[in-house]
Ligand binder design. Structure first.
Ligand code: NAI
Length: 331
């Protein structure tokens, strides 16, 4: 099949080419998908999209007109896809439901350790021959209470790692898994109690109508002063204005963010020469107690290989008219 692979980068082309082994004709495109760039899929059977592509009605209409039959997402999350529109247009949508929950959970832990022990600041200091320790005081994670919002694949791995640090772990999920919780001495809680009790809160729910802005001004008001917020889920789980306000008033200790509400068009790109015109992100970047990575939590060799293998396999299965139920997105 001929595949237009949108929003590709050096880091994922090699894995995709290796998984493909010439089975399909992959057209690697730098452009991310939107209603204009969708034209680049002319002559293709498949549009292969990433986490920040706009798979909305505008793009889907064009893709359909061009004869595209399959949308193959290289992501687990599908909040950026208008699924109803795809169904109406009879376009199949597949995703990579699981590629490495460890990659994302371990990155969340990495952000927390870096933030808390100020390793990023210490590294910069030492490189300048400044060996002073002033301003680098952190806190023990041992015995702290960690709130995990979402106990799916990633939330579970994160919760278990935090148990390993000797933390108390509270979890909130719409569909609790009590057997798992009992096995790891982890406790389910309602969201309000989790907000109230936790020293650290990490978000691992998908973005949907119920979870959008799950962290807003009211939620932050109910949290412990000096708590640390971690978001490796999706940017819009947090109302960024409310977060900025909380940081300005020192209401919380800080935030570790791998995702940002308005990241599309910014993350995955290099603006080091031109700068950015997003004032909210620019403001976030001024806080010494905010640590930001650009949607990189998934970025391990293992995850890239699994994403590429699943994506190519789904395209092959689609071509051969085989069962896609394990990867198909249907609402
Ligand atoms: P999952 O589907 O295994 O787990 C999600 C959990 O959230 C489920 O247990 C579900 O019951 C729960 N949930 C869903 N809606 C809820 C609601 N309204 N209230 C409470 N709980 C709710 O998903 P997984 O693999 O753990 O991924 C979680 C999210 O992480 C993805 O949806 C994606 O947005 C994000 N992600 C971020 C990556 C990154 O690189 N930063 C990479 C991969 C995923």
């Amino acid at each position: 099949m001929k595949v237009a692979v949108f929003d590709t980068h050096e880091f994922d082309r090699a894995a995709l080419a290796e998984a493909n082994l010439g089975k399909h004709e992959l057209i690697f495109l730098k452009a991310s998908l939107d209603a204009q760039t969708a034209q680049l899929a002319k002559g293709c059977d498949v549009a292969c999209c990433f986490a920040n592509d706009r798979v909305d009605k505008g793009s889907l209409d064009v893709l359909k007109q061009l004869g595209v039959k399959l949308i193959a997402l290289r992501s687990a999350g599908y909040n950026h896809v208008d699924i109803k529109c795809a169904l109406d247009l009879k376009l199949k949508v597949v995703r990579v439901p699981e590629y490495s929950p460890h990659a994302v959970a371990e990155h969340a832990v990495g952000l927390l350790l870096t933030f808390n022990r100020k390793i990023h600041r210490a590294h910069n200091r030492v490189r300048e021959m400044n060996f002073s320790l002033d301003g680098l005081v952190g806190f023990d994670l041992y015995k702290k209470t960690v709130g995990v919002v979402g106990s799916g694949k990633i939330g579970k791995v994160f919760a278990q790692i935090m148990k390993g640090f000797g933390c108390e772990v509270l979890v909130f999920d719409k569909y609790p898994d009590h057997d798992w919780a009992q096995k790891f001495d982890i406790h389910y809680s309602d969201l309000n109690n989790l907000f109230k009790q936790s020293d650290i809160i990490s978000l691992h729910v998908p973005l949907n109508a119920e979870t959008r802005h799950i962290i807003d001004g009211n939620a932050i008001e109910s949290m412990k002063k000096n708590m640390v917020l971690i978001n490796t889920g999706r940017g819009a789980l947090i109302e960024t204005n409310a977060l900025t306000q909380a940081l300005k008033t020192h209401r919380i200790s800080g935030a570790c963010l791998d995702v940002y509400e308005e990241e599309a068009g910014i993350f995955f790109n290099d603006f080091s020469d031109s700068g950015i015109d997003d004032d909210l992100l620019a403001r976030l970047l001024t806080f010494p107690n905010v640590l930001i990575t650009a949607h990189q939590a998934f970025l391990t060799q293992e995850a890239l290989k699994n994403i590429a293998d699943t994506t190519i396999d789904s395209i092959s299965r689609f071509e051969a008219n085989l069962d896609l139920s394990k990867v198909e997105v249907l609402i």
